[in-house]
Design a protein around this ligand. Structure first.
Ligand SMILES: [Zn+2]
Length: 333
């Protein structure tokens, strides 16, 4: 299968992990921002996490440089537009991009300005390219509960205008869900859909709690339900969808190598899985590369691709009209 030509859907992609290296250099030059190098190859070295990272925390260090240049309305808009452009050019037809608004307030932007700039970048790309998108607001679980409330309260007015869901991300501690029950419950009440990063660093039980305590409809990664029977069963029984990111999972040592990745076993056992990049720059990847990697490694076939494509459509937080338009691409697979 030639994955660069086949229609694709991406549900798990971080804006700050997917900034073009040349754009970082360009914005830094224009705005007089200090970055470690203005050379593209050297910048790539700084941004791309090696396959032999030590951990998720080691991987997350790569996000500090992009965030330096994501502090103005113009740069947020441009970076979002370019991410959708990159995705559209490899035939991604629908993409949900997530970001944490609170990381972009260092130069005085308000949460509302930040969210609006990202939406504008997305809308501009939707007009120009054959792609639809939606935005997921991430709350950093390394920050306070109050900060999560702030994102929910200020993000609410953008529901139905480009924002669809709430997420918890960053470093994963055991039992983090309990702390965030109130803001996530409030978000659900407002109409936010819910996806939660969980089960990425060895703690399958976090997935169980994300579903039970936070009402997660989708789980970012979820790799470690493989070691937690209760989590595995609830995901399977409730058909909670896993947003799996194969290369990222190797980098963060969720799995040691791609052959150890559970995505194919999960799929063949009736768990709903989707394929995603996580971070196009930090993981040095594309949707086509991720699909190639998985389909090659596990000798999966086109029937399985169609199944996962349709599961991705169903699991997306898109409206019915967009979902119908995405189903039409099935004939090209
Ligand atoms: Zn992620």
């Amino acid at each position: 299968m030639n994955f660069s030509k086949i229609p694709k859907i991406e549900l798990h992609c971080h804006l700050d992990g997917s900034v073009r290296p040349e754009t970082i250099i360009d914005i830094a030059k224009k705005d007089g921002i200090h970055i470690p190098s203005f050379d593209k190859e050297e910048m790539k070295e700084e941004l791309i996490a090696p396959l032999n990272c030590e951990s998720l925390d080691d991987y997350l260090k790569r996000f500090s440089i992009p965030n330096l240049v994501m502090q103005s309305k113009e740069s947020l808009k441009r970076i979002t537009f370019e991410l959708f452009e990159d995705a559209a050019k490899e035939n991604v037809k629908y993409m949900e991009v997530r970001f944490a608004p609170l990381l972009h307030t260092k130069m005085g932007l308000s949460i509302e300005e930040i969210i609006l700039s990202v939406i504008e970048g997305m809308k501009e790309a939707e007009e120009k390219f054959d792609i639809h998108g939606n935005i997921i607001l991430s709350c950093m679980r390394t920050m306070s509960v109050e900060s999560a409330f702030e994102v929910v309260e200020k993000g609410e007015k953008f529901l139905g205008k480009g924002v669809v869901a709430i997420d918890l991300c960053a470093s994963e501690d055991e039992g983090f869900c309990e702390k965030f029950i109130d803001p996530i419950t409030l978000a659900r009440g407002y109409g936010f859909r819910v996806t939660i990063h969980a089960g990425e660093t060895g703690i399958g039980k976090n997935v169980l709690e994300a579903v039970k305590l936070l009402g997660a409809e989708r789980i970012g990664h979820g790799v470690f339900i493989k070691d937690c029977e209760e989590a595995y069963n609830i995901v399977k029984q409730k058909q909670v969808v896993l947003e799996m990111c194969p290369t990222s999972n190797v980098q963060t040592k969720a799995v040691n190598q791609i052959s150890d990745h559970p995505i194919c076993d999960f799929h063949r056992d009736g768990i709903k899985v989707t394929v995603n990049t996580d971070n196009r720059t930090v993981s040095n990847t594309t949707m086509a590369k991720e699909c190639d990697l998985v389909w090659d490694e596990f000798a999966m076939n086109d029937v399985e691709y169609k199944q996962i494509y349709m599961d991705s459509v169903q699991a997306s937080f898109a409206n019915e009209e967009v979902k119908e338009s995405l189903k039409k691409y099935l004939q090209y697979i």
